[in-house]
Design a protein around this ligand. Structure first.
Ligand code: BES
Ligand code: MN
Ligand code: ZN
Length: 456
């Protein structure tokens, strides 16, 4: 996708007028009589998401776009609905929408198309940014989100553990980060038994990708992303409807890479580490089985209650490694449970942490960035649901509180207090403003805002 943000300057950019019932009369005065007559003849009304292309001399004279008025819940991404409706060309905001930064962001995010397999969908739209906005920062955010969406949308035949590692290597090269991967049987030699068990049956060998960037003296933050490139469920095979979208089960890894891009591009004063267990949960003679028992990296023995609860297994070993050098913050991202969707739906990922200050900060950033997140509790009494009769823990709880028991399972592998776990859907099932249908990068913008405030 080409960069849509251009520096201010060309007088030719087509003005976009944001209007509400309250502001429309004033805008009309500035538009002039001819444009008003045209708008009236076209039946334009200043209601949310209504739009009109105004004629100019042999070109577009401007665009009217309706925003929510006072009293309506304002969607700061509503401008994202306009972008795909516009003809190719250069545009500028003629007046201020509710929030110019989020409007510009949604404009760019709303233009995203997955064009890897169908070039016909490509668009060429430029947006001149108001002077007050940080062009490079917005660009970086859009690049990060675009990277994540492209990775999530790419099907598993073109994005297995091998290609996920390649994508991480390409990002590392771009930012001069160090990167390494532990592959196949080396996972056993280097003590990552759970990552190996989950990924060993697949045609592409399982691996742990380990990227580091930044000055050694800076505060350490470690991102961990679930990189299950396809989740069949394993021997506890998923029914077809549940398996259909499981190319997106590396959405956590994509999110971690997107956030890493934002952090490194911005040059935050942090020592960053990104850990991605990349596997395919496949079915073959070598698959791990229900009731198998594995000793994890941390030494905790895990009985497999369900091979479809594979994400928490690969994350357990990755989190144990992340915990070893005691970073200031460990954040993991994972398409971990269907239960999170039952609780909060596709658009509001739950997050878990024992750090109340971090939770409050993240909640604030999520709202400010229009990147919704909602805290769920690490409810200690539910630990009992994870009990095994023969091992230290089972990998599944009972039929209830599935997102919480998954988080509690992973908590057993971390000791740092500032551990954050985000249970993502990584997908927009029905297009919304700024959010085209398909792969979605959730929580990275909120966390970037939080980290920017801390380490910028
Ligand atoms: N990747 C799935 C979770 C998932 C499913 C996320 C659909 C988003 C949409 C995960 O590996 C899984 O299968 N979880 C099981 C756990 C269960 C077996 C305890 C689930 O949620 O059903
Ligand atoms: Mn699964
Ligand atoms: Zn999964």
């Amino acid at each position: 996708m080409h960069s849509i943000f251009v520096a201010r300057g060309s007088a030719n950019a087509i003005p976009i007028w944001f209007v509400t019932a309250d502001t429309y009369p004033d805008v009309r005065k500035r538009l002039g009589a001819e444009a008003c007559a045209f708008a009236d003849a076209a039946g334009f009304e200043p209601k949310a998401a209504r739009y009109l292309l105004l004629p100019g001399e042999k070109r577009l004279g401007g665009v009217l776009f309706g925003l929510e008025g006072a009293g309506d819940p304002a969607d700061p991404f509503l401008a994202g609905r306009l972008a795909p409706l516009l003809p190719d060309g250069a545009y500028r905001f003629a007046n201020e929408p509710h929030d110019a930064r989020l409007a510009a962001l949604s404009f760019a995010l709303g233009l995203y198309r997955f064009t890897r397999y169908r070039k016909a969908d490509e668009r060429k739209i430029d947006l001149e940014l108001p002077q007050s906005l940080d062009r490079d920062d917005l660009e970086r955010i859009v690049e990060g989100v675009t990277l994540a969406r492209d990775l999530i949308n790419t099907p598993a035949n073109d994005l297995g553990p091998v290609q996920l590692e390649e994508a991480a290597r390409a990002l590392a090269a771009r930012h001069n980060a160090k990167i390494d991967a532990i592959v196949g049987d080396d996972l056993l030699a280097r003590n990552f038994p759970l990552i190996h068990a989950v990924g060993r049956a697949a045609a592409q060998a399982p691996r742990l990708i380990d990227m580091t960037w930044g000055e050694a003296g800076h505060p350490r933050i470690t991102l961990v992303g679930k990189g299950v490139c396809f989740d069949t469920g394993g021997l506890d095979i998923k029914p077809e409807s549940a398996m259909l979208n499981m190319k997106k089960d590396m959405g956590g890894a994509a999110t971690a890479l997107a956030l890493a891009h934002m952090i490194m591009g911005r040059g935050l004063k942090a020592r960053l580490r990104v850990l991605i267990p990349a596997v395919e949960n496949a079915i073959a003679g070598g698959s791990f089985r229900p009731r198998d028992i594995y000793t994890s990296r941390k030494g905790i023995t895990v009985e497999i209650g369900n091979t479809d609860a594979e994400g928490r297994l690969v994350l357990a070993d990755a989190l144990a490694l992340a915990d070893e050098d005691k970073p200031e913050l460990i954040a993991d991202f994972a398409t971990l449970t269907g239960a999170a969707r039952v609780a909060l739906g596709p658009d509001v990922p739950p997050f878990f942490t024992d750090d109340d200050a971090l939770a409050a900060e993240l909640t604030r950033c999520a709202a400010a960035e229009n990147d919704p997140l909602w805290r769920l509790p690490l409810w200690r009494p539910y630990e009992a649901m994870l009990e095994s009769k023969v091992a230290d823990t089972n990998n599944v709880g009972g039929g209830q509180a599935g997102a919480i028991t998954a988080a509690l399972f992973m908590r057993r592998f971390v000791t740092v207090k500032s551990w954050l776990h985000v249970d993502l859907f990584a997908w927009t099932p029905v297009a919304k403003p700024g959010r085209p249908e398909g792969g979605e990068c959730q929580s990275a913008r909120a966390l970037y805002a939080l980290l920017e405030a801390r380490y910028g």
